[in-house]
Design a protein around this ligand. Sequence first.
Ligand code: PLP
Length: 566
Amino acid sequence: MREFRQQFPFFDTSTPSIYFDNAATTQKPQCVIDAIEHANIQQSANVHRSSYQLAASVTDAYEAARNNVAALINAPSARNIFWSKGATESLNLIAHGLGELCLAEHAMWQGDEIIILTSEHHANILPWQQLASKLSHFKSLRITPVSPDFNGNYDYAVLRAAITNNTAIVAVAHVSNALGCVHPVAAITQWAHQHNALCIVDGTQAIAHIPVDVQALHCDAYVGSSHKMFGPTGVGFGYATHALLDALPPYQVGGEMIEYVSFDEVRFQSYPLKFEAGTPNISGVLGMGMAANFVLQHQAMIIQSEHVLMQYLLGQLTVLNDELAVTTEIGLASTNNIIIIIGAQNPERISLCSFVLNGISHYDVLRLLDKDNIALRVGHHCAMPLMQHLGIDGTIRVSLCAYNTDTEIDGFIAALRSAIKRLVSSDDVIANSRAFDTSSVAFSASTPIGDQFAALQGYDVVFRQIMLSSKACPLLSEQYHTADYHVAGCEVDVWLGQFAGQFYGFANSKIIKGLLAILLEKANTLTPSQRTRFDFTEYLAQLGVSHHLSQSRVDGLSRVIARLSA
Ligand code: PLP
């Protein structure tokens, strides 16, 4: 395993010290980096156009990469693979093409319903929604989501029952990026085919973690992204059966995908080239071909290591949960399960664990983990409908890869323990936050909030003051936590309202609530015309709180500021 990790130069640098965001993108091994560099230096010629030696050899390499991806997913031939910008584009291409087949009343399209899972990534929801709206003048298409229970666990009998003769398409992820569960795609395909429906599989989170055999799955299409499987960004692939590829029309038109063009007639190439209009991402494809080889070569080790890592992580989370439940000193009721893993009962899972912390904003935890140089993702993970179904605004997602280590998990658990204790203790028990020198911090209800930051120095002290300030936020009552008062664009839900000239706000995150308290206090002392001229961003900078904002949170707060200044 150490040898495996050593192939990734990323780990030679120290920032971030722990990378647990592998579901967002994986690191690249040296062989992939070399392949991309080689492509840019030695293989800079266009493909499928010229026959001089360099161009021909690049075209050969380009097609060899297609073979590699075909081998990785056991496609019957490289012709079944088309290149794209990534899984998103592949799904859009397929949905668009199927829409054309529907309009043409092609025999491959039967029914008027598209079934998806509630936990799908937006990339496997929006193309179908758009399709339904595009076809609405022609056909009334229903998108039917099949949901897990309220803890994120699927009962596949529900999915099976939902598929009927009205079903045109079943579009599911092989592995959920938000829950980590592996859906039984072979069975799902069988159920779909029993009703003459097509089964389209989003394999984005599967390919680097479990063996994929599209022939054994019998699915009609399967898509993936290179950057989730050790390859470069901006490139991906789609697989489809010969029958589907033959039937699907081109997605874009232009150079290289034609056989003949005149002003009277156009004849397209056959697949896969008919889906590859324009000059492709050649170095990306070559890098992806290398990545596909890399996965195949290390697959057994990857699966084994990730299983062991995941068991270790789950074990350590349980230990931490038990420890926190009996730790009365931080003010938790002893019956509380503070760490709640979402979808823990799903029968098969990859090394991805999504959890929520009872009563603690995932966003506040992220700020503290980020300070310890731990990279992981919190939020909705591009699966907003799932979060709506679960009644939460996001999860903390740890996505492990074979190059991660037990030591990193230990480091993460220690940082998580510290973050939880710190966030819980910040309610008021200053003495409990012993690990941090916050002795200079106190909150005074009689002093303006902004003034209380004046003499503060250092991250921990300012952090603590922001947390204390959160209690002074003029709260927008729950009845106004509606779309009308919602401030879009923040990483956590923020609501803002103005009544009788005074602003009120709300956010689950204490950090955001603290920052709102600072902003609203100021806004509420200004006249409308003063507010439009006041520089709230500069004000936050002057108070020394700007570095407690991530870039996206700055973006989010800038929406709050825009409303205050309007
Ligand atoms: N599908 C799933 C399950 C994903 O996790 C992602 C990305 O996170 C995508 C699709 C979209 O991938 P990309 O952004 O590479 O197109």
